[in-house]
Design a protein around this ligand. Structure first.
Ligand code: FAD
Length: 390
C-alpha cells in the first residue's frame, strides 16, 4: 500500500488512516474476532429463499457448495422503483404484542428495554419470525469466493449504482448522497477483498488461498475504493459507539450463562476501549448532515434508495453471497438507523429500539470491514512487492 495516497484524515471523517490502521490492528480487530465467535453473534436469522421478482434466473453460480436460486421469470418492474411511494411512516412501524417482543425489564435502568420487532425504515426485509426464516451459523459460512460472477452479479451492482445511488463525483450530489455512494462502494470493496483473501486457487485439488492479483485488479489500484472502505468502517464504528448505552446493557442471552457473560464483557471492551476513545473519539460526525432546508425530504429520498438496495439483495443469485449481502446491508441499515434516529450528538436514550438480528448484523458487518482494512494493509504490502517483482 502506497502510504502517500492514504495519509491524512479519512474524507468526511474525523480520524486519520494511520490511526485507523493502528487501532484496528491493536484493539478493534482482535476483540471483534472474538465477539463474532460467541453463540449470540454467530447465528443470523435470514430468509434465504430467493424472492427476486425482477429478473429471470440464468443459472450463474457454478460451485456445488453454493446453491443457485431459481428466481421467478419476471422482468424488472417499473413499480419496483416506486414501490415505496405513498407508504407513510405509520405503515412501517411496530408489530407489538408478539411473544418475541416481550420486554425484559430487569435491565431497564439503561437504554436497553428488550429486543423489539420494530421495523427498520432503512431496510426492506420484514424481520418478523416466520416459516421461511432460517438461522445460519455464520462461522460455518465464511464470506469468500463462490464462483458467482457474470451478468447476474454485474446487473445487481449496476442496479445498485445506477438506479439507487448515482456515482459521484457529480456536482449535483449533496454530501448525504455522496455518503450513500461511499457506503455502498466501501461495502463492495470489502466483498471483493474477502473474495481475494479466500479464493479457490485450484479447483482440481480444492486448494484455497489468497489471490493477490485479483485484489490488486479490483481494489488496490483504485485509491477511491480503499478510501471508501475506510470511510464505511468509521461510519459503522461510530454507529456502534453511539449506541454504546444500549449495546452495553442489551440482553445477550443464548441459554449459556458462561458464554453470555463473555459476550457482554467483550462488548464492553469494544465499546469503551480507552485507546479508541483517546485516539478516535468521534469516528464520523453525523451532526453535520441533514442540515439544509430540504433535510427531511432528502432523508426520505435516501431512505427509499437504501430500501431499494436492500430489496435487491433478494436477487443475488448465489445463496452464500445472498446471506452475506443481506447481512451486511441490514448492518448498514442498522448503522443508518442508529446515526439518524435522533439529531446531532444527542443521547439516543429511549429513542432507539433495535432488533436482535440488527445488532448481530451490525457487529458482523463491523468485523468484516475490520478484516478488510487489515487485509488491505497486510496484503497491500505483499501486492506491491509482487508488482515490483514483475
Ligand atoms: P464486480 O465486483 O462485479 O464490479 C462491477 C463493477 O462495479 C466494476 O466493473 C466497477 O465498475 C464497479 N466497482 C467495483 N468495485 C467497486 C467499488 N468498490 N466501488 C465502486 N465501484 C466499484 N462473489 C463471491 O465470489 N463471493 C461472495 O460472497 C459474493 N458476494 C456478493 C454479494 C453481492 C451483494 C453481489 C451483488 C455480488 C457478490 N459476489 C460474490 C459477486 C462479486 O461481487 C462480483 O460481482 C464478481 O466476482 C464479478 O466481479 P467483477 O470483476 O465483474 O466486478
Amino acid at each position: 500500500r502506497d502510504m502517500r495516497k492514504y495519509s491524512g484524515i479519512v474524507e468526511d471523517c474525523c480520524c486519520d488512516y494511520e490511526t485507523v490502521d493502528r487501532l484496528n490492528e491493536e484493539v478493534l480487530h482482535p476483540s471483534l474476532q472474538e465477539l463474532v465467535k460467541t453463540p449470540f453473534f454467530r447465528y443470523f436469522k435470514v430468509k434465504l429463499w430467493c424472492d427476486c421478482p425482477f429478473w429471470p434466473d440464468d443459472g450463474m453460480c457454478r460451485l456445488r457448495d453454493c446453491s443457485v436460486c431459481e428466481c421467478p421469470d419476471h422482468e424488472f418492474p417499473e413499480s419496483f422503483k416506486n414501490s415505496y411511494q405513498g407508504l407513510s411512516s405509520e405503515d412501517l412501524v411496530c408489530q407489538e404484542g408478539k411473544p418475541q417482543a416481550a420486554v425484559d425489564r430487569t435491565l431497564d435502568s439503561k437504554a436497553f428495554r428488550g429486543w423489539t420487532v420494530t421495523d427498520n425504515p432503512w431496510t426492506n426485509d420484514d424481520e418478523t419470525d416466520n416459516d421461511e426464516m432460517t438461522y445460519v451459523n455464520l462461522q460455518l459460512n465464511p464470506e469468500r469466493y463462490t464462483g458467482y460472477t457474470g451478468p447476474s452479479a454485474r446487473r445487481i451492482w449496476d442496479a445498485i449504482y445506477s438506479e439507487n445511488c448515482p456515482k459521484y463525483p457529480s456536482e449535483e450530489l449533496c454530501q448525504e448522497e455522496r455518503i450513500l455512494y461511499k457506503l455502498i462502494s466501501g461495502l463492495h470493496s470489502s466483498i471483493s477483498i474477502h473474495i481475494a483473501a479466500d479464493y479457490l486457487l485450484d479447483e482440481a485439488t480444492n486448494s484455497w488461498g489468497r489471490n493477490i492479483s485479483l485484489l490488486h485488479d479490483r481494489v488496490l489500484r483504485y485509491p477511491d475504493r480503499i478510501r471508501n472502505l475506510y470511510f464505511t468502517y468509521l461510519f459503522v464504528l461510530r454507529a456502534v459507539t453511539k449506541a454504546a448505552d444500549y449495546l452495553e446493557y442489551a440482553e445477550y442471552d443464548t441459554g449459556n450463562p458462561v458464554e453470555d457473560l463473555k459476550t457482554q464483557s467483550l462488548m464492553k471492551q469494544l465499546l469503551y476501549n480507552p485507546n479508541l476513545q483517546a485516539a478516535c473519539p468521534l469516528p464520523f460526525d453525523e451532526a453535520k448532515l441533514w442540515k439544509g432546508q430540504s433535510g427531511p425530504e432528502l432523508k426520505q429520498k435516501i431512505q427509499k434508495q437504501f430500501r431499494n438496495i436492500s430489496a435487491l439483495m433478494d436477487c443475488v443469485g448465489c445463496e452464500k453471497c445472498r446471506l452475506w449481502g443481506k447481512l451486511q446491508v441490514l448492518g448498514l441499515g442498522t448503522a443508518l438507523k442508529i446515526l439518524f434516529s435522533v439529531d446531532g450528538h444527542e443521547k439516543l436514550g429511549q429513542n432507539l429500539q433495535l432488533q436482535r438480528n440488527e445488532v448481530i448484523a451490525l457487529v458482523n458487518l463491523l468485523n468484516r470491514l475490520s478484516e478488510s482494512v487489515k487485509l488491505v494493509h497486510d496484503m497491500g504490502q505483499s501486492a506491491e512487492m509482487t508488482m515490483e517483482g514483475q
